[in-house]
Design a protein around this ligand. Structure first.
Ligand SMILES: N[C@@H](CCC(=O)N[C@@H](CS)C(=O)NCC(=O)O)C(=O)O
Length: 219
């Protein structure tokens, strides 16, 4: 049995990021599904390992690590090959900038708890949620497009997979889910297409997980 357990959910973009990091590094893990739609992330048992009630959480050698970015940096330190950051300090900072735009600005806007709040407090239906996403997410996409025009090759930073790719690909899928037009961003489209061809990305895709409902399988 693997010494690593990932509490995650097929559709959660933060879970998808960590599955990508594990796959890129060739690490085996036990997949523990937590169903967000059944509010399992707020169960007493799960809150003990992740007090904010967010996915994912990694358990390694009996120790819990909540927060996807913290998990991925931990994996990169404990399993250094292949490295997820460039060695150059400036480039490393720019990779982190891309991750932060996604993690701190884009992801929270369409997180389940944000959308649930808008629905319950302000009566938002799906159309209003898509309008909301259509206002916020393109601001992040424009920033990413401008940034990666400068740095991209095959992938976000040159021709080597970095942490930036592991954040970008899941966030683009979220954008599509909320009907945000990603075709306006040619650099992001190119990176997305190139990443999706890699086996590590294919295996981590939300529609290929053990908890993927039949309606999404093989789409
Ligand atoms: N910053 C956290 C965010 C964790 C998070 O909120 N993840 C989402 C799934 S993509 C979640 O569990 N949402 C549950 C909710 O909103 O109730 C991370 O990167 O791990």
């Amino acid at each position: 049995m693997s010494s690593m357990t990932l509490y995650n959910y097929f559709r959660s973009s933060t879970s998808y990021r960590v599955r990508l990091a594990l796959n890129v590094k060739g690490l085996d893990f036990e997949y523990k599904p937590i169903n967000l739609l059944k509010a399992e992330q707020r169960s007493e048992a799960y809150l003990k390992i992740n007090p904010l009630g967010g996915l994912p959480t990694l358990v390694h050698g009996g120790k819990n690590i909540p927060e996807s970015f913290a998990i991925m940096e931990y994996l990169d330190e404990v399993f250094p090959e292949p490295a997820l950051f460039p060695k150059d300090a400036y480039l490393k900072a720019r990779v982190r900038q891309v991750c932060e735009v996604i993690n701190s600005f884009m992801h929270p806007m369409c997180n389940l708890k944000t959308l649930n709040y808008l629905e319950k407090t302000h009566g938002y239906d799906q159309t209003k949620k898509e309008e909301w996403a259509g206002f916020w997410l393109p601001q992040g996409l424009e920033t990413l497009e401008k940034t990666l025009q400068e740095f991209s090759g095959t992938y976000s930073f040159g021709d080597t997979i970095t942490m930036a790719d592991l954040f970008l690909v899941p966030q683009l899928l979220t954008c599509q889910r909320f009907k945000v037009d990603i075709t306006k961003y040619p650099t992001l489209m190119k990176i997305n297409e190139n990443c999706k061809k890699l086996p590590a990305f294919e295996k981590a895709h939300p529609f290929k997980q053990i908890d993927t409902p039949d309606e999404f399988k093989n789409k």
